[in-house]
Design a binder for this molecule. Structure first.
Ligand SMILES: O=C(O)CCc1cccc(O)c1
Length: 531
């Protein structure tokens, strides 16, 4: 079923009525957009006790071909938000990618997206975006301090030094909001971005990709399968992913010079599907669509009182699953910072670090995404010869495999030069471990897991700590425990060492011989208050 704008509906929610009819409402925080990024940010801030208003122009959860691959890092974020297990339970877990080339029925090689084992979460789960949204909405509806308004469209935005004026149109109800902060999570066609006259910079790729989400009883394993130049799509590429509910995502590269309207007609799509899966296969249509993509971003994600996150701020190709996962990284980075700013515990300077770190993340995602696309679709004879030589070598030789680029799958990005980091002290020898600016690595912690124990506040992870930890830090002392070899090895811990870990599970400082004053100084720096 599709709504009037042609967007397919997965679940009707109905337009929300407001409590009361004030012409101008005051709110500390408005989030525009109720996709995974806006909902995850609302859940983070809502769980921290903030009053949050979410405005969605849609009054339903959309179906259709959207994100399906959620990375381990996103699962760790979802765990922190209390919904990780529910999503893992619904999703299809996978860790293996296989690369095929030409007519060969066997992969030329396979790779593991979770090379470090003994972590709670898998490399990826596949789960339709609408299931993720439904789960987040369910969690948000349990928070009395979060209000979700469906069918409320933002029609104008004007920001000044103290806040943002937002004009909203809802069925039979036009009103205004004065918010202290607005976060635009309203997607690639962001009305907030347009309303402020802001734009993207970057590359537009001249290629078309066909998505066929089909329902079938497939016998293929839960793995990512990628083909270069397969006989069922000669000269192009293809991709297959298993989703829950017997749904499969098939992606076919079609090239630039095609009849776009004809390409999505069921007969045409089904020709590709049969060529891939064989003429006998029984399947039904879930959703067919055609997409082109861009690798672009806004110059800045922080514009005074208006902040941008997810597709409203940056766009990548689907290959590598860096779109939605990149947006969730934004929400994760922004949530704790905005919470501190709203509480008056940090100045707005802390949000400059959101700009720094989220722009860095977007740039890394854009670089990977652009390189994958260039490798998959060589633009000249020399690039094609290089690609084919790499594929030929990869079949036999491990050294060539890292050169194959069928999409580098999303992982957490490091911020080695973030202004929130404190450098290692002179004389502290760190042979390995997790450097400041890197995401904390999970490890078994008794019957549980380190990342779960870190929670959503600053933690001092110490291997033997004397005295009190500074205010504002929770101490997690491994003490005398002899059962934590993997954790100690991953963090290169020795008796007396300590790490300071941010609420979003990034390491911001570490010491061989920590003291209270050094930890307090690193904590201040990590909150945007260098001493
Ligand atoms: O496996 C990948 O590289 C990404 C799979 C994907 C993600 C989102 C949309 C889509 O068509 C494919």
């Amino acid at each position: 079923m599709a709504n009037v704008a042609g967007i397919p509906v997965w679940r009707e929610l109905g337009a929300s009525a407001r409590n009361g009819r004030e012409a101008v409402e005051a709110h500390p925080l408005a989030i525009v957009g109720a996709g995974p990024v806006g909902l995850a940010l609302a859940l983070d801030l809502g769980r921290r006790g903030q009053r949050v208003l979410v405005l969605s122009r849609l009054d339903f959860i959309a179906a259709g071909s959207k994100a399906i691959c959620f990375s381990k890092r996103s699962l760790d974020i979802f765990d922190r938000l209390g919904v990780g297990q529910a999503l893992v339970d619904q999703g299809v877990t996978w860790n293996v990618g296989k690369v095929f080339w030409g007519a060969g029925a066997e992969p030329i090689y396979q790779f593991d997206v979770l090379p470090v084992k003994d972590q709670q979460r898998p490399g990826f789960i596949n789960l339709q975006q609408y299931h993720v949204e439904a789960c987040l909405i369910d969690a948000l509806q349990r928070l009395p301090n979060v209000e979700l308004r469906w069918g409320h469209t933002v029609t104008a935005v004007a920001a000044d030094g103290d806040g943002v004026d937002i004009a909203v149109q809802a069925p039979g109800d036009d009103y205004r909001i004065r918010a202290q902060w607005l976060v635009a999570c309203d997607g690639s066609r962001s009305s907030v971005r347009d309303g402020l006259g802001l734009d993207f910079e970057g590359r537009v790729f001249e290629d078309n990709f066909l998505i066929a989400d089909i329902r079938m009883r497939g016998e293929h394993p839960a793995e990512r399968w990628f083909w270069f130049d397969p006989p069922f799509n000669p000269g192009q590429s293809a991709l297959m992913h298993k989703q829950p509910d017997g749904v499969w995502r098939l992606d076919f590269q079609l090239g630039w010079d095609i009849d776009r309207a004809a390409a999505v007609k069921p007969d045409n799509v089904e020709r590709y599907v049969r060529a891939m899966l064989g003429p006998q296969v029984e399947f039904s249509r879930e959703w067919y669509s055609l997409y082109t993509f861009q690798c672009r971003r806004m110059q800045r994600f922080v514009h005074g009182r208006v902040l941008f996150a997810g597709d409203s701020a940056h766009l990548v190709s689907p290959f590598g699953a860096r779109g939605c996962n990149g947006g969730l990284a934004d929400a994760d980075n922004l949530g704790w910072k905005l919470d501190r700013v709203l509480r008056g515990q940090a100045g707005t300077g802390l949000l400059d670090s959101y700009d720094f770190e989220a722009v860095l993340t977007a740039d890394e995602n854009i670089a990977h995404s652009s390189r994958s696309t260039d490798f998959m679709t060589p633009k000249c004879a020399a690039s094609r010869a290089y690609r084919d030589a790499v594929l030929e070598l990869a079949r036999e030789h491990a050294f060539a495999r890292p050169l194959v680029n069928s999409g580098r799958l999303s992982t957490a990005v490091s911020y080695p030069h973030s202004p929130l980091n404190s450098a290692d002290a002179d004389g502290d020898d760190w042979d390995g471990g997790v450097a400041p600016g890197s995401p904390a690595l999970d490890a078994p912690l008794g019957a549980g897991w380190l990342l779960r124990a870190l929670g959503d506040r600053f933690v001092l992870l110490a291997d033997g700590w004397r005295g009190e930890a500074p205010d504002g830090v929770e101490l997690l002392d491994l003490g005398e425990r002899a059962d934590l070899q993997a954790l100690r090895a991953r963090y290169a811990l020795r008796p007396g060492s300590a790490y300071l870990i941010r609420p979003d599970h990034y390491v911001c400082a570490r010491w061989r011989r920590p003291d209270r004053a050094a930890v307090a100084a690193a904590l201040a720096r990590a909150q945007g208050r260098p001493q």
